[in-house]
Design a protein around this ligand. Structure first.
Ligand code: 2P0
Length: 342
């Protein structure tokens, strides 16, 4: 940590403010080689979720940390707060220094999007603005990773690769934006259930690494897939992109199913969506899916097929991952650190 921010010091500004977009991995991060530093077993590659993400404001506070999530004042014992407070402890200039955090997700929590990804990326950026560290994106990505692995990728927009790295201290495990744009690409977020998961990603990953015999094959599969996805992005080859992402997601879930006890995040409705996508594909509509540690499905599609997706999946929210340069994410908020909204 000190390698990045130097000795702990008081903030240079009255407040820090930032936005970070959520992301969905096309080649997944599943399994850690270091549970403290969130160092992954394999590199991963994601697509950002356009205007969907987290906006965070940090200020100093007297007496205690105060944390507001979507305008609700959470107590210190809430799970969200205790995890965030542990992260903030890394940056506290002295033990009796406290923060006031206001964080707001502009996507429904029930949508099953990874709020820790955009949440810790926005937090790292807001801390950077508050303390006046002037960190570059690579160092911000390392800080965000300490809060949540997938947050390393949410520091950026568009296509992002998080390098696994080799170093024990994690200084080479950070994300970078790929120099690529794909304006016709769309992602449809399909909420199957907003119910809480039986096991969170962190616990699910740990159990998979410790007990799944299939997991041995995962890092090699992910390495092959990430190369195929990079090539598909370079060539704008939608079928290759979609089929590799779908296969990668299914392989990740196969390792979960092979865990002891088995982990199954899917609901019957999830599987029905898979069948519907496969049927539509057989009928000539190029749609592919990916799915994280939950029951909700994300559909990869091209702009020309938006109409079909809207009529077949009327509850889907379609996002344009490359729209971030045209959207004012939080019109009600004051100006501040908005580097993702450039
Ligand atoms: C991903 N997921 O690549 C994978 C795919 C879920 C399935 O990253 O323990 O919340 O905070 O590092 O980042 C979710 O795990 O886990 C995740 P921690 P995180 O997006």
């Amino acid at each position: 940590m000190q390698k990045i921010i130097g000795p702990l010091a008081l903030p240079q500004n009255e407040r820090g403010e930032a936005f970070a977009a959520s992301n969905i991995a096309l080649c997944k991060y599943w399994g850690k080689r270091d549970n403290e530093l969130n160092l992954p077993q394999n590199s991963s590659l994601s697509l950002s979720l356009g205007h969907l993400g987290t906006h965070t404001i940090i200020q100093a506070n007297a007496a205690k940390d105060e944390i507001y999530l979507n305008k609700e004042n959470l107590g210190p014992s809430a799970r969200f707060s205790s995890r965030l407070i542990a992260f903030l402890d890394l940056f506290r200039p002295m033990p009796d220094y406290f923060f006031r955090i206001e964080t707001h997700n502009n996507f429904p929590t029930a949508a099953g999007l990874a709020s820790s990804a955009s949440g810790y990326a926005a937090m790292a950026k807001a801390l950077n603005a508050f303390f006046g560290w002037r960190l570059d994106d690579i160092n911000l990505s390392i800080l965000a990773r300490l809060g949540s692995g997938s947050a390393a990728r949410s520091v950026y927009t568009g296509f992002v690769e998080w390098h696994r790295g080799e170093a024990e201290d994690g200084m080479d495990s950070y994300a970078e934006q790929l120099p690529a744009s794909w304006p016709e690409l769309r992602l449809a977020v399909l909420t199957v259930s907003g119910a809480a998961k039986s096991i969170d990603s962190r616990g699910g990953m740990r159990r998979t690494v410790e007990t799944s015999t299939l997991y041995k094959a995962w890092p090699e599969k992910a390495t092959r897939d990430i190369e195929a996805i990079r090539q598909a992005i370079r060539e704008h080859d939608f079928e290759r992109l979609g089929s590799t992402a779908e296969s990668n997601a299914l392989a990740m879930h196969a390792t979960m199913l092979d865990s002891q006890p088995a982990i199954l995040y899917w609901l019957p409705e999830t599987v029905s969506v898979f069948h519907k996508i496969w049927r539509l594909r057989q009928e000539g509509v190029p749609l592919y899916f990916t799915i994280d540690a939950g029951p909700n499905v994300k559909i990869l599609l091209e702009e020309k097929n938006e109409g079909i997706v809207r009529s077949e999946f009327c509850e889907a929210e379609i996002v344009n991952p490359f729209i971030f340069n045209r959207v004012n994410h939080f019109p009600e908020s004051a100006s501040g650190e908005r580097r993702t909204a450039r």
